[in-house]
Design a protein around this ligand. Structure first.
Ligand code: CP
Ligand code: NVA
Length: 316
């Protein structure tokens, strides 16, 4: 079967949601719904196309979903991890990018530095997709909000409360919420708030979409009336030596049953995974009836297939 048409994205790359214009997230979600509801119809959408997957850090979900996603679309993926590649050490990122564009049709990269992604993208004519960096995790947040859209029909006017480290995942959640008109509160310990530039980017988008954005250090106040509560690890990949220090700083920011009781009665629990039960979330919450963590993980596949088709498919 041949693919059915849907909208296009004007961008070459997806390095951050801040690059997406108004309507682009909806385009991705529309394509996701089409692809998710009829897998066979898109089985030739990327026939013969190849994706390079360059990972400087560990991964389960991102790696599998991009690889399986390419296979579902009729293409293939080649994986290179941190044991094979130390970005920029054997040769310049520019040379790497210029080689890769001769062999493959797209690149997904998980990197320590957002700057590395930008340099790769600037030096090749093929799409580059961010599979997580120190700065943002766009595919994750798009999948999170796609899952909420499936649940609620519309996220506009609903409030997501993110409790924990103002990290890469949090930054992309701010961007997507602000684009879609969802309200978002970020609640972190002092000194671990989201990056000020990301908050300004989100505030700017919020002016158009009507999102209300709150940044606070008080978990009780933050979670009151939440429609969904989200958390992520207290120490991200690359911050392993801070685990002990962070464990005491973040102790009041654990999402437990008591905290969830402050949110709306049917409030959803979200986490990008991997999770540490007993640290940022209790087992009772993540394994409880309102947790949607595996639905989100499933949707990583569908959302990324949409992104792959929109960026690597034939442009109409
Ligand atoms: N959530 C997420 O990106 O998972 P991985 O680190 O396993 O890819
Ligand atoms: N913030 C986490 C997300 C993992 C998917 C990290 O960067 O390790």
């Amino acid at each position: 079967m041949t693919k059915k048409p849907f909208g296009t994205l004007p961008q070459k790359d997806l390095l951050t949601v801040a690059q997406l214009g108004p309507g682009d997230v909806e385009t991705i979600f529309g394509a996701t719904t089409a692809i998710k509801s009829d897998r066979a119809a898109y089985s030739e959408a990327l026939r013969g196309k190849r994706l390079a997957m360059i990972f400087e850090k560990d991964s389960l979900r991102t790696r599998f979903t991009f690889d399986v996603g390419m296979q579902d679309l009729g293409g293939s993926a080649v994986f290179m991890d941190h044991r094979d590649v130390r970005l920029g050490s054997r040769e310049s990122l520019k040379d790497m990018a210029r080689n890769l564009e001769r062999w493959v049709d797209g690149i997904v990269a998980r990197v320590f530095k957002q700057r590395a992604l930008e340099e790769i993208a600037a030096n090749c004519n093929i799409p580059v997709i961010n599979g997580l960096s120190d700065h943002v995790h766009p595919c994750q947040a798009l999948s999170d909000f796609f899952t909420l859209t499936e649940r609620w029909g519309n996220v506009k006017g609903r409030r997501l409360v993110y409790v924990g480290d103002g990290n890469n995942t949090c930054h992309s959640l701010l961007h997507v919420a602000a684009r879609l008109g969802a309200h978002i509160t970020v609640c972190s310990p002092e000194g671990y708030e989201p990056n000020a530039r990301v908050v300004s980017e989100a505030m700017l988008m919020a002016r158009e979409s009507g999102s209300d954005i709150q940044i606070t250090n008080d978990p009780e106040l933050a979670v009151k009336g939440a429609d969904a509560v989200y958390t992520d690890v207290w120490a991200s990949m690359g911050q392993e030596d801070e685990i002990e220090e962070r464990s005491s700083i973040f102790n009041d920011y654990r999402v437990d049953e008591e905290m969830m009781a402050l949110a709306k009665p049917d409030a959803l629990f979200m986490h990008c995974l991997p999770a540490h039960r007993g640290q940022e979330v209790t087992a009772g919450v993540i394994d409880g009836p309102n947790s949607i963590v595996y639905d989100i993980a499933e949707n990583r596949l569908h959302v990324q297939k949409a992104i792959l088709v929109l960026l690597m498919g034939d442009k109409r």
